[in-house]
Write a protein that binds this ligand. Structure first.
Ligand SMILES: NC(=O)c1ccc[n+]([C@@H]2O[C@H](COP(=O)([O-])OP(=O)(O)OC[C@H]3O[C@@H](n4cnc5c(N)ncnc54)[C@H](OP(=O)(O)O)[C@@H]3O)[C@@H](O)[C@H]2O)c1
Length: 312
């Protein structure tokens, strides 16, 4: 495997991949739109930057498409005719491959999946600290793609690899973010915080209980495992947990989980993703959080939740 990789996009994953791979001696170049605001940052980091219509695209052999998933089809329609036959194309999430059936549209490209199971900031931080990192990979029995994926995973700092198809990774990833990671955790926490404040509890205390402790609890759950976690929590927490489980997570909750899975399985969710304007939607969501008392309390207590070591 030659340690050369071209990366399209210079967003959060791309920057983390560049940092981790550059440290391991990879020869990297980045493809950006001519109007991209990321040119100066990529060039400051001494990366070669090509624009999306550079004649040099014809010599790209190994390409990671690290742009937002819902745009992959549009990007590839423009990019694929400029690439050489048999370019190895790495995706960091199975969604576009599965939702648009990319191999049927671009049979000349050889797709591989390398989906780090970490947000970009953790991909860099955990490699530096030599902490464990998982990724999902797949290569349709293409040994050249497979070797490239494993070389990249090693140098990204991935310590555990799980093989799963594009479709399987897509369903698992969407379902976990919709049912736990990006819904229940932030919004459940916000509802609990707002409720305490409405009942007259000091916002600082509500923040510590409902937001800050999330991380400490999650660390204990993940690192010690479920059995040890439930051995560890206090008697009151144990009894309250079982009671609240009945109240919050009963049969109707199961039916809701079924509904969310069905929305993904039927691919209705894919159509929703293609029809909603992401920029507009993100603006609305960010506005809501910006106005929230939880965000304001976070701003006040930033020092408290900082992971930076204290100086004394
Ligand atoms: N974010 C994560 O932590 C995370 C975790 C695991 C996997 N992933 C996967 O990693 C991939 C990248 O995600 P990301 O969150 O890093 O994306 P992102 O930060 O939103 O990526 C934005 C980059 O894509 C470029 N881009 C957007 N539209 C483009 C177009 N039409 N042509 C060329 N470039 C375009 C942008 O260029 P401009 O500079 O021109 O705007 C920007 O550099 C996705 O497949 C995602 O599922 C992400």
């Amino acid at each position: 495997v030659t340690k050369t990789l071209t990366i399209l996009g210079f967003g959060s994953q791309a920057q983390a991949w560049c940092a981790n791979l550059k440290a391991e001696g990879w020869d990297l170049q980045v493809i950006l739109r001519p109007e991209s605001p990321s040119w100066s940052l990529a060039q400051e980091l001494k990366l070669k930057v090509l624009d999306t219509h550079s004649p040099d695209l014809a010599s790209v052999t190994q390409l990671a498409l690290l742009a937002p998933d819902h745009l992959h089809l549009e990007i590839l329609k423009d990019l694929a005719p400029q690439l050489s036959e048999k370019t190895l194309m790495i995706l960091a999430h199975g969604y576009s491959h599965h939702a648009f059936n990319l191999p049927s549209l671009f049979p000349q490209l050889r797709f591989g999946l390398l989906a780090p199971k970490a947000i970009a900031s953790e991909l860099s931080a955990r490699k530096i600290k030599k902490q464990s990192l998982a990724a999902v990979w797949f290569s349709n029995n293409d040994l050249e793609v497979e070797s490239l994926l494993f070389e990249i995973m090693k140098d990204l700092g991935i310590t555990y690899q799980v093989k799963a198809s594009f479709e399987e990774e897509t369903k698992a990833d969407l379902f976990s973010e919709q049912t736990i990671l990006c819904s229940l955790l932030p919004y459940g926490s916000k509802l609990a915080f707002d409720h305490l404040v409405k009942k007259g509890i000091n916002p600082e205390l509500a923040f510590i209980e409902c937001w800050m402790e999330l991380k400490l609890i999650a660390d204990a759950m993940v690192e010690r495992g479920p059995e040890a976690f439930f051995k560890l929590i206090s008697p009151n927490a144990l009894i309250g947990s079982s009671q609240a489980r009945e109240i919050l997570l009963g049969n109707d909750y199961q039916a809701k989980l079924d509904g969310i899975y069905e929305n993904i399985e039927s691919e209705e969710f894919y159509q929703q993703c293609q029809s909603i304007s992401v920029d507009e939607h993100r603006r609305v969501v960010l506005d809501e959080w910006k106005q929230s008392q939880l965000q304001k309390t976070f701003e006040q207590l930033k020092e408290l939740v900082s992971e930076k070591e204290r100086s004394e």
